[in-house]
Structures are given as C-alpha cells and as structure tokens.
Design a protein around this ligand. Structure first.
Ligand code: NAD
Length: 441
C-alpha cells in the first residue's frame, strides 16, 4: 500500500472547509515554516528532491534557488492550475477537495520566495473551482493565515485567482504569464526563464498545483524523510489520474516504487481491464508523452519490471521508453485502434496550436489531415512515411513544447504500431465498416 501524504485526509467529510482542515493538522506546517528562516525552508525543499509535478520533473528546490532577487523589485509565485493535458485531472481533484492544502502550500512557498502577491491561474473549463478556492482564501484570511502581518510575523500575502479562457497553450508557463498580464497567450522565448524575468518582467516562480501542495508534507515531515519515500530521484509521492480501459478510473497517490503492472491490475489502483480484455498500450504521463506497447510497458529493455517513476518509465529513451509527465495514465485495451487514437490527439494539438511557429501551425494541421485520410482507409503507404517526416520536422523547432507534444505521439505510434497504419492502407473497405473504438477520455 502506497504511503499517503497529499490525500491522507481527502476522505474526511468537510475537509474542504478551514475548520475541518485545521482540526486535522491543517496550517501546522505553515506555522512551523513561518518560524524558520526562508533559507531553512528552501533547504528542506531542496533536500526533499521534489520534482515539478506539472510534467517536466524539474527539481523544485533548484528552480526556487534560481529566483533572481534584485533590490526593490517585487517577486511572485504563480500556481499553474491550467491543467489541460488530455488524461490529466489530478490538480482538479486537489483543488476541488483539498483547497486549503494548496493555499497552505502557497503560504509556505510565497514566504520562502519573498512573494507578497501570488496567483492561481486556473483552466477556464474548471468553472466551478475558482469559487471553492476563493472561499478557502477568504477563510484563511479570516483566520489570520493570509493578508497583513500573518501570525504576527510581519509577513503579508495576498492570493488572487485568475480564470483562463480555455486555451491549452496557457498551461505553458510563459503563455500563462502573457495571459495573466492580459494579452493573448503566446509563449515567450526562454531564456530568460520566468525565475529571472516573469510576470511583468519581475522574478517569478511558476509551479504546478501538486508541486506546491507537496511542500506542506515536506515541511511537516522534513525534506530528508520525504526523500526516503520513493526511489532514486523519484522521491515522495505522485498523484496519478488514471483513465481509459480500466475498471477503476480515478486519482491515486503512489509512492513511485510500484510496478506499472501492479498499478494497472491491483484492486488498490486501476483494478484491471474490463471484460478480461488484454492490455494493448498505455500513455503513462498525459497525451504529450509517447505511447508504449504492453510488452515494453510491463518490462524495461533490460527485462526488469517497469516501475511507476521518472527513471523507469523513461528507460531506453524515447525510442523504447516514455515519460512520467503529468501522471495522466491512459490505458488502451486490445480493441482500441492506435490510428484512430493518434488522429484524435492530432486534432487536439492542431486545434490548440497558438499558430506562432510555422512548424507547429502548419505541421499539426498537416498531420491531422493525413491521419484522417489513413484512418478512413484513404491513405497510401507513402503517407505513413510523410507523417514520420513531418513530425521529425516539428520536434525541437518551435518556441514552446507544444510542437514536441504534437510530434511525439505520432512518432511513437508509427514506431510501435506501424502494422496498424499499414493495415488501414491495405484494408480500405474494412476501415469504412469496422468500429475501432473511438478514443474516449
Ligand atoms: P521545461 O523543462 O522547459 O521547464 C520546466 C521548468 O523548469 C520551468 O518552470 C522552467 O522555467 C524551469 N527551468 C528550466 N530550466 C531553467 C533554468 N535554467 N533556470 C530557471 N528555470 C528553469 O518544461 P515545461 O515547458 O515547463 O513543461 C513541459 C512539460 O509540461 C511536458 O513534459 C508535459 O509533460 C507537461 N505538460 C503538462 C500539462 C498539464 O496539464 N499538467 C499540459 C501540457 C504539458
């Protein structure tokens, strides 16, 4: 059984409200942190080994230590709650059921970073959650945990919730900052990183909801204890949102020592695949990471079991491995059509491309067009090679990672399931009549 740090109190009725949250130890970590120096809190986060939970896995303590501190210039913490990666819904769960965990994490993090005004930028489609967050902010303020002179320490903090307009690109941190400043969410070139030049050109740390929530247990148990959970550089616990062909879709907290097989088949997690169907493939880290066929998903290239952690999922690099990503775990059973699934994703990335970079703007539409043709049985063998060529020309040639995110699923699908693409080309009549199981998540 995985250790629970973030969700340990999620089952308690009323935990969404300050009174209940406080009764169960809420804001004790914040009280502890506010008695420490900011360097001491930073050290705990560094020692914990926490890696960014939005998808990139960048060490949080290192990101915080990069924050520039020019004299007289305000600094900001911005929480990235623009969770839009297909298959990913773990931040929604945290904000909906444990809003005070996020607010407490923000208080500790803002104090450490020296931010007096911090923001939560939330995905537009999460229309009911800003009210929950704003209510939690008001409650925390009334109890003296936000506002002026928090707990008599002289430290002030205001938190604002900003709703996005429903664009996937605004989850990219620099597009998010553009949007927060009131402009169209076009990504900026990096460097400079937000830690140096972020919101209104001020030093800014942008962190995912789960990363900031994780700061609470880190302070509670100490960075060193947190680092003992998990394995290698995959320390602490990770939330996984599981969906697709599984018996128990939902949000699970794992300690990154369990195998992929255990995660899919154990009753504690996904509970296996419905109707005794066989596992075909899985996308373990949200739609942007490569799809992996069952044989490589259950074993690494060395024949070792594959574990649910950053290193093991990436074993073998992109050619054979995949990524932990945002933890959006999508399972496909033997009835699913990889071509149809890849086309669905290509449509998504084409729709969500901001259009700033030519390879992404033109390439995503081109890939979608070809995939549609192949899926319908109207493609030729050369189209498969053309598709491969286009994705190669998008990858690494755009300002932000949306281009890579659009290219990788296509590359992995062709690499591992080329026979399915060829089957579509060779069986045009069957493509018109057979039901391939529409990707549905
Ligand atoms: P990235 O690797 O470019 O950056 C990660 C973080 O580290 C950023 O905050 C960046 O500013 C910081 N950083 C990196 N180098 C730095 C340096 N030298 N100095 C200061 N800061 C530095 O990745 P990214 O573009 O932030 O994220 C890409 C990931 O996002 C993808 O892998 C994907 O899994 C994930 N993603 C998640 C969602 C979601 O809904 N959660 C949606 C789309 C994509």
């Amino acid at each position: 059984m995985s250790k629970k740090l973030l969700l340990k109190n999620a089952h308690i009725e009323g935990i969404r409200y300050f009174e209940t949250y406080r009764k169960h130890g809420g804001y004790e970590a914040a009280e502890k942190a506010l008695k420490m120096t900011t360097d001491e809190v930073l050290e705990e986060v560094k020692v914990s080994g926490l890696r960014g939970r939005g998808g990139a896995g960048f060490p949080t303590g290192m990101k915080w230590s990069f924050l520039a501190k020019p004299e007289g210039v305000p600094r900001h913490l911005v929480v990235n709650a623009d969770e839009s990666e297909p298959g990913t819904f773990k931040d929604r769960y945290l904000m909906e059921f444990l809003p005070h965990l996020l607010i407490e994490g923000m208080l500790i993090s803002s104090y450490t970073l020296g931010s007096n005004v911090s923001y939560i930028y939330i995905r537009g489609e999460y229309s009911w959650i800003p009210d929950i967050l704003e209510e939690a902010i008001e409650e925390a303020k009334a109890a003296g945990f936000l506002g002026k002179n928090i707990l008599g320490t002289g430290y002030d903090l205001e938190i604002y919730v900003q709703r996005g307009g429903g664009a996937y690109i605004c989850g990219e941190e620099t597009a998010l900052l553009e949007s927060l400043e009131g402009r169209r969410g076009n990504p900026r070139l990096k460097p400079p990183f937000p830690a140096v030049k972020g919101l209104w050109e001020r030093p800014t740390v942008v962190n995912n909801v789960e990363s900031i929530a994780a700061v609470v247990p880190i302070i509670e148990i100490g960075g060193a204890e947190y680092a003992k959970i998990g394995v290698g550089r995959s320390t602490g616990t990770k939330l996984i949102s599981a969906c697709g062909n599984i018996n128990k879709p939902g949000v699970y907290e794992i300690d990154m020592t369990i195998t992929v097989e255990e995660f899919i088949y154990s009753d504690e997690y996904c509970g296996g695949i419905p109707n005794g169907k066989k596992l075909k493939a899985c996308i373990p880290g949200g739609s942007s990471v490569p799809i992996v066929p069952a044989n490589l998903l259950l074993k690494t290239i060395n024949g070792e079991p594959r574990y649910m952690n950053y290193e093991s999922l990436a074993d073998g690099g992109f050619a054979t491995g995949t990524m932990m990503g945002s933890g959006g775990f999508i399972v496909l059973d033997e009835d699913q059509c990889v071509v149809n699934h890849t086309m669905t994703l290509a449509r998504f990335y084409n729709h969500e491309s901001c259009g700033q970079c030519t390879p992404c703007r033109e390439g995503t539409g081109w890939m979608y067009k070809i995939l549609k043709k192949i899926e319908k049985g109207e493609g030729k063998m050369e189209d498969i090679d053309l598709l491969w060529d286009i994705q190669r020309k998008i990858e690494g040639n755009t300002i932000c990672p949306l281009g890579d995110a659009a290219a990788w699923p296509v590359a992995a699908a062709i690499r591992h399931f080329r026979d399915e693409f060829e089957w579509h080309v060779n069986n045009p009549e069957l493509c018109q009549t057979q039901n391939y199981g529409i990707a549905n998540y």
